[in-house]
Design a protein around this ligand. Sequence first.
Ligand SMILES: NC(=O)c1ccc[n+]([C@@H]2O[C@H](COP(=O)([O-])OP(=O)(O)OC[C@H]3O[C@@H](n4cnc5c(N)ncnc54)[C@H](O)[C@@H]3O)[C@@H](O)[C@H]2O)c1
Length: 344
Amino acid sequence: MFDRKIHVAVNGYGVIGKRVADAVVAQEDMELVGVADVVSDWRIKVAVQKGYPVYASILEAGEAMRLAGIPVAGSLDDLLSRVDVVVDATPKKVAAANLEKYRAAGVKSIFQGGEKHSLTGHSFVAQVNYTSALGRDTTRVVSCNTTSIVRTLGALKSSGLLKRARGVLVRRATDPWESDHSGIMNTVVPEKNIPSHQGPDAQTIIPDLDVITIAVVAAHTNCHLHSWSVELTRAATRDDVLDAFRAAPRIAFLRASDGIVALNSTLELMSDLGRPRGDLWEVGLWEDSLAVYGNEAFYNYQVYNQAIVVPENIDAIRALTGIEVDGTLSISKTDQALGLVRNF
Ligand SMILES: NC(=O)c1ccc[n+]([C@@H]2O[C@H](COP(=O)([O-])OP(=O)(O)OC[C@H]3O[C@@H](n4cnc5c(N)ncnc54)[C@H](O)[C@@H]3O)[C@@H](O)[C@H]2O)c1
């Protein structure tokens, strides 16, 4: 056990990594020892401005960083020698190759949803399987969409209401910072396979989940929208279903009657609330349109893809290092430090 703060590294200071780094800094029981990346432009210069020690993930990157005036604290190996756990938020394919490096350095590691379950043999959503991650050397925080599915269907399942679920996922085309060089425009593209990968991915965490997902990619850049039809185990009321969601963490309610009518309204609200980067860490579930007819429930929710996995990464740090053995307590520490809410 640790009688000091957990020492954390973030490798890959992009959309996910920069948010996880800030979230680590917000925790009382963690210390951000440094962040590592390969770029030397504005993206990593922000880390310097925030006072985060910057390390070069590969040798050549260190040279370019120094030339760009970035004070380089050392190599990735140097960083790994100073930490207990590394959150790897590098792009797909890059990340998988890092696992052996982390193991050789004796550092626990957390990967992201772009990686396969088979890389770590364990996938993570705090409210469902915190305990099985305790003491492991590595895990994978599942993708934004899968995280939302596990949170919501997990909530219905633990309250005994879930028989089977069918969901349509309207995905964002690309992340806003990349919209000058990727993404689609003026069309909607159905994915080639049904089920899309998110349903099977959720089963890496809840194996007996009866779920099928259909995904389409739309031409906007921020947030996914999920529309779900759920067969319940019995005839139920709206309140039964809402109570099940209320009993689970990290689901917050949006109301069209209050003017939150679309993805953009929620984003504006998050910014106005002064949340960092306008982030929504919770599943944003529309309360007033949720409908129940007999044993069928229907609802829509918003997934802020860039932020929803951030609290899960923080809990994964506590689970792997064992600094907190109680998942519920870890969730509440994380949520309090970040400022998650139940209602907007
Ligand atoms: N963007 C999202 O909405 C989102 C949501 C959930 C999960 N994820 C997953 O998170 C992971 C990271 O995605 P992202 O969107 O943050 O990517 P990103 O491209 O925004 O960030 C990746 C960062 O890694 C850096 N990098 C590239 N090669 C590197 C190397 N060899 N060593 C160290 N750093 C390197 C890049 O410079 C960049 O800063 C992926 O597995 C992705 O699937 C992304």
